[in-house]
Design a protein around this ligand. Structure first.
Ligand code: MSP
Length: 512
C-alpha cells in the first residue's frame, strides 16, 4: 500500500478543565467527515482524538472542585468520550495524556532531543497565561485595571523559575525553508502568512519545563521539573502510533496528513511541533488546517457571559445530522462564523427537508406507486437527461477535490447544486403526468432520479452518516455498495425498494 492510500487525521486533544462545547465538537466533526470520506475512497485511515490532561490549567480546575487531578480528569475525559459517541465520530482511537504509554513517549522524545543537543537548562523569567498554557513576550502584553493580559485576552502572571529550554531560535531558518518547500503545510493561506511573518520576526528559545507545580510528565532524570504541557500534548500524535517503537504496526501512519486545529492553537502546531520533530529527526506532519471560531448570535462565546453552546443540547433539539450539516455548511471552514438558531432552522427546513428530503420522498413515492416498489430500468437516453447524468458523474470528483482542500462548505455547495438540479429536473420532466402519456419515459425518468439520489446520499454519507444510511436503505443500496467506487456500477434493475419515509422533520420556529 502506498502512502497516498493511507491517511492519519487528528483533532486537538481537549483540555479537561471543563465540559465540552461547540468549539470542541466542531474541530472533531471536520476531522470525522474527512476520515469517513477517505475510508469511502478506499484509503486506510487512522483517526485520532483524545484529551489533554496535564498542566496548571487542569490542575487548578481540579483544585477548584476539591478533587485530585487524576480523579477529576477521569471524570471530564469521559464527557469527551461521550461527546465523540453522541456526535457519531468514527475515531479509531482515543488518547489520554495521563496514560503510561504517553508518558513513555514523552520521555523518549525528550531524551532524543537532549541527546541531540537541542535542550539546555536555564532560567525562565517572563509572562505566562495559564488559560492559554502559553508564554508571551513583553511586547505582546497589555494592561487594564492593574491586570496584565495576553493578546488572547487571557490574564498573565510573571513567572520566574529554573527551566529547561528547547533551542527553538536555531530552527528559525529551517522552519522558514520548510514552509517555503511545503506551501500546503499551513492552511488557510492567510494563516500561513501570519505564521511565516511571526517566525520571520524572530524566535526565542522555548521554555519546556516548569517547577512551580507537579501535574505533568516528569522530566527524565530531573524530578523537580515537569514538561511544558504543550510539549507533552503535541507528543500525543505520535504516542498513539506507538512511538518510540518505530517498527510497530501503526507507525506506518506517520507523518500525519492533516492535524485539524482551531486558529488559536496554530502557533503550537505550525511552529513548535515541526521544530520538535525535525530536531528529533522525525518527519513533520503534512498539513495543519486552522479553522475559525464560532460566536453565538453575534457574541463571543464565553463562560462568564454564560452563552456557551452545549452540543448535546443542540442534538437533542434538532437531531444529530442537521447539526453536523449546519456546522460545516454555514461557514467556510477556516473563517470565523456566527451560530444562530434561526440560521440552523432555516437550513434544516429549506435545504434538508425541502431540497433533499422532498426530492427523495417525491421520487421514491412515485417508484413505490408506479413500479411496484422495484427499481425501473433506464430507457434510451434523451438530450434532456444529459445534464443530470453528467452532474452525477462529475459530483464525486468535485467533492473529493474540495475535501482535499478541507473546503467542506464548497463540497456541500457542489452537492446542493446537484440537489437543486434534481428538483428543477423533476419539475420539468413531470414523471407523474408521463404515466398516461409516455409510461416508458416515466420509468426512465424515475430511474435517473434514483441514480441521482443514490449519488447524493453516497457523497453525503460522511456529513450525515445516520440519515444518509437510512436514505441508502430506502434506495435499496446494500451496505457493501456504499463506497465511492461502487457508484460507477449501476444498481441492478428490479432491485426491491422499501416504502419511503421522510428523512428530515421541519422545525416550526416560533422566533423566525
Ligand atoms: N489542549 C489544547 C490542544 C492540544 S493539541 C495537541 C487545547 N484544547 S481546548 O480544549 O482548549 O481547545 C480545543 C479546540 O477547540 C481548539 O481547536 C479550539 O480552536 C476549539 N475551540 C474552542 N472554542 C471555539 C469556538 N468558539 N469556536 C470554534 N472552535 C473553538 O487547545
Amino acid at each position: 500500500m502506498t502512502s497516498e492510500s493511507r491517511s492519519y487525521l487528528t483533532t486537538p486533544i481537549y483540555y479537561v478543565n471543563d465540559k465540552p462545547h461547540i468549539g470542541h465538537a466542531y474541530t472533531s466533526l471536520a476531522a470525522d467527515v474527512m476520515a469517513r470520506w477517505r475510508r469511502m475512497s478506499g484509503q486506510e485511515v487512522f483517526f485520532l482524538t483524545g484529551t489533554d490532561e496535564h498542566g496548571q490549567k487542569v490542575e487548578k480546575a481540579a483544585e477548584a472542585r476539591g478533587m485530585q487531578p487524576q480523579a477529576f480528569t477521569d471524570m471530564v475525559s469521559e464527557a469527551f468520550r461521550e461527546l465523540a459517541a453522541r456526535m457519531n465520530y468514527s475515531n479509531d482511537a482515543f488518547i489520554r495524556t495521563t496514560e503510561e504509554r504517553h508518558k513513555r513517549a514523552c520521555a523518549a522524545l525528550w531524551t532524543r532531543l537532549q541527546e541531540r543537543g537541542e535542550i539546555y537548562l536555564g532560567h525562565y523569567e517572563g509572562w505566562y497565561a495559564v488559560r492559554d498554557e502559553a508564554f508571551y513576550g513583553p511586547d505582546e502584553i497589555t494592561e487594564k485595571d492593574g491586570q496584565k493580559f495576553a493578546p488572547t485576552g487571557a490574564p498573565v502572571e510573571w513567572v520566574r523559575e529554573p527551566s529547561y529550554f528547547f533551542r527553538l531560535s536555531a530552527w528559525q531558518d529551517r522552519l522558514l525553508a520548510f514552509y517555503e518547500a511545503h506551501p500546503d503545510f499551513i492552511a488557510p493561506g492567510t494563516r500561513r502568512n501570519e505564521v511565516i511573518s511571526f517566525v520571520r520576526s524572530g524566535l526565542s528559545d522555548l521554555s519546556i519545563s516548569r517547577t512551580s507545580f507537579k501535574w505533568g510528565v516528569k522530566v527524565p532524570g530531573d524530578d523537580a521539573h515537569v514538561m511544558y504541557v504543550w510539549l507533552d500534548a503535541l507528543t500525543n500524535y505520535i504516542t498513539a502510533l506507538g512511538y518510540p517503537d518505530e517498527t510497530g504496526e501503526l507507525w506506518k501512519f506517520w507523518p500525519a496528513d492533516v492535524h485539524f486545529v482551531g486558529k488559536d492553537i496554530l502557533r503550537f502546531h505550525a511552529i513548535y511541533w515541526p521544530a520538535f520533530l525535525m530536531a528529533a529527526d522525525l518527519p513533520p506532519p503534512r498539513r495543519i488546517f486552522a479553522h475559525g471560531w464560532w460566536t453565538n448570535e453575534g457574541q463571543k462565546i464565553s463562560k462568564s457571559v454564560g452563552n456557551v453552546i452545549d452540543p448535546l443540547a443542540l442534538i437533542d433539539e434538532f437531531g444529530l445530522d442537521p447539526v453536523r450539516f449546519f456546522l460545516l455548511r454555514e461557514v467556510p471552514f477556516g473563517n470565523d462564523g456566527d451560530f444562530s438558531r434561526r440560521a440552523l432552522i432555516g437550513r434544516l427546513n429549506s435545504e434538508l427537508a425541502n431540497d433533499l428530503g422532498n426530492l427523495a420522498q417525491r421520487s421514491l413515492a412515485l417508484i413505490q406507486k408506479n413500479c411496484e416498489g422495484r427499481l425501473p430500468a433506464a430507457g434510451p437516453e434523451l438530450p434532456a437527461d444529459g445534464e443530470v447524468l453528467d452532474a452525477i458523474r462529475a459530483l464525486p470528483g468535485q467533492v473529493d477535490e474540495a475535501l482535499g482542500r478541507q473546503a467542506f462548505h464548497e463540497a456541500l455547495e457542489r452537492i446542493w447544486v446537484v440537489t437543486r438540479l434534481g428538483n428543477s429536473w423533476i419539475d420539468a420532466q413531470k414523471p407523474w403526468s408521463l404515466k398516461k402519456t409516455d409510461p416508458a419515459r416515466m420509468l426512465s425518468v424515475l430511474r435517473h432520479l434514483h441514480s441521482l439520489l443514490r449519488c447524493l446520499a453516497t457523497v453525503l454519507l460522511p456529513f450525515m452518516p445516520g440519515t444518509m444510511a437510512r436514505m441508502l436503505d430506502q434506495l435499496g443500496v446494500p451496505e457493501g455498495r456504499r463506497g465511492l467506487a461502487a457508484l460507477a456500477s449501476p444498481m441492478p434493475d428490479g432491485t426491491a425498494l422499501p416504502p419511503p419515509s421522510p428523512l428530515f422533520q421541519k422545525i416550526q420556529d416560533e422566533a423566525a
